[in-house]
Design a binder for this molecule. Sequence first.
Ligand SMILES: Cc1cc2nc3c(=O)[nH]c(=O)nc-3n(C[C@H](O)[C@H](O)[C@H](O)COP(=O)(O)OP(=O)(O)OC[C@H]3O[C@@H](n4cnc5c(N)ncnc54)[C@H](O)[C@@H]3O)c2cc1C
Length: 565
Amino acid sequence: MAYKAPVGQIDFILTHVVPFGDLAATQMFAEATSDTASAILAEAGKMASAVLAPLNRAGDLTPARLENGAVRSSPGYAEGFRAIADGGWIGVAANPEHGGMGLPQSLNMAVSEMMAGACLALQLNPLLTQGQIEALEHHASDDLKALYLPKLISGEWSGTMNLTEPGAGSDVGALVSKAVPNGDGTYSVTGQKIFITWGDSDVTENTCHLVLARLPDGAKGTRGISLFMVPKFIPDAAGKPGIGNSLKVVSLEEKLGIHGSPTCVMSFDGATGWLVGAEHKGMAAMFTMMNVARLGVGMQGVGVAEAALQQAVAYATDRNQMGPIIAHPDVRRMLATARAEVFAARAIGLACATAIDLDRATGDAEHAARAAFLTPIAKAYGTDVGCRVADTGVQVHGGMGYVEETGAAQYLRDVRITPIYEGTNGIQAMDLVGRKLSDGGDAAMRLLDEVLDGAKAAQADLPDLAHQLWQGAETLREATQALLDRDLTVRFAGAVPFLTAFARVLGAHYHLRAARAGGAQHLALARVFMARVLPRNAGDLAEALAGLDDLTGIDDAALAGEFGA
Ligand SMILES: Cc1cc2nc3c(=O)[nH]c(=O)nc-3n(C[C@H](O)[C@H](O)[C@H](O)COP(=O)(O)OP(=O)(O)OC[C@H]3O[C@@H](n4cnc5c(N)ncnc54)[C@H](O)[C@@H]3O)c2cc1C
């Protein structure tokens, strides 16, 4: 069945569940009225459904390939990318000074979700380009901004992000790529990078690499890393792609999914680069890029979950086995639980985006703290839901889910990367219980206060749901306090289940808001979430607080299945 962009569902969340409405009252986002938002969502939704979704299968069947050192993209991708660029969808949140729309990230993330649901492999290109735009806007010199931003925003050029090396994955500080000053303001960049998404393409006339490398006097670890703009073609005096730079695509990875997205091994051999931000401050600049990309990846999970679920519901409606399978309690359980989780993940992602916007528009530190706290949750929960729902989609299809012709299997293969890249979900969870609790739990407790207020407000009209939410939030508050009292290494052992439990309480909170603002269907969905999803917190919080001793108590040999005598 054809993907239909969930314009109405997103519009409802922006209107009734997250404080998107507050943005139009700020000077920065005065144009982000609900009418503008609806018009943008409708237009982007049309493009995603009509232009991008039909390309999804083609990319899977005909992967991007390397020919004479250049990437040839999947059939139709060039036209699809042009539709994204011409619609202005790369620059939704970019500065109007350089051709962007200057709209809130909340709208950008909503558009990203729809494009990812339609065609994840292609959407990765604008996602990374947007991250690069963000990093340049905040950290690049005026000259670099003037040269690169208009081209990236218009989609004439695209952007990549080069962190990973064979010996430096989660531990970015271990990277060995080098940069040496040329004495004329440029640098010579040398090194190998792996897993570089859209490291080359024929959908744009230039590919601009942001590369992390170490200067000769750079300290070890992350503090000694600098960031460089290294274009495939060095712009000439007129700003057009000029001579080729000393870099190449060595090979493309063969992957489980997202076959339409070229994942490149890159080699930089004394390539000319320009410093972005200050020397040795590359990680700060890269974090700007990664923060937006992290939330964007969370929304990728939501997008694919939506697409997979739409297809599962359509299949369950048509398929008869002792009646339509959609009527069987177990199939209904799978579909209803999936729908409830998709709503929760989408609401968390959009709440995070709105907090980012409110921080930018008001400079209020509370919004900044909230955005920072929600980012790892939105990334990890959104992508976990993506995998869970795509898996459910396969199960609902029965045997037809395991064969490729329905497309259910492709969703599962494609979305499986999302909990891994942009910082694995394990690393996200460690960020949550480490850095994001380093304020003594202030940001966490403020969020929980808001949840408890929400439960209180709902007591009169929906007492049962309000009670379930109240209990869930109180239990989580106690667990958060208990975690705060532990050493970091002990906290890390429970980080992933803690993050998931936090996401569920937030999800329940947004469900209750929706139930109060919406009709009977939202109420029914909230009941599903409270009855079937929130109770899983009991298990997860028990694990979050289980400590470390049991894990260190089992040795490596036993893990390998060798138990000796
Ligand atoms: C399709 C694809 C596209 C990608 N695109 C890009 C890109 O465009 N640019 C780019 O720079 N990179 C990209 N990556 C790389 C990606 O971001 C990394 O794969 C990811 O960060 C994990 O690093 P790693 O693969 O080295 O795994 P590792 O770091 O080796 O991790 C392996 C496992 O160990 C865990 N782990 C590692 N360290 C710790 C720790 N300290 N504590 C607890 N657990 C830990 C991880 O959570 C994971 O489960 C891409 C990867 C793929 C597969």
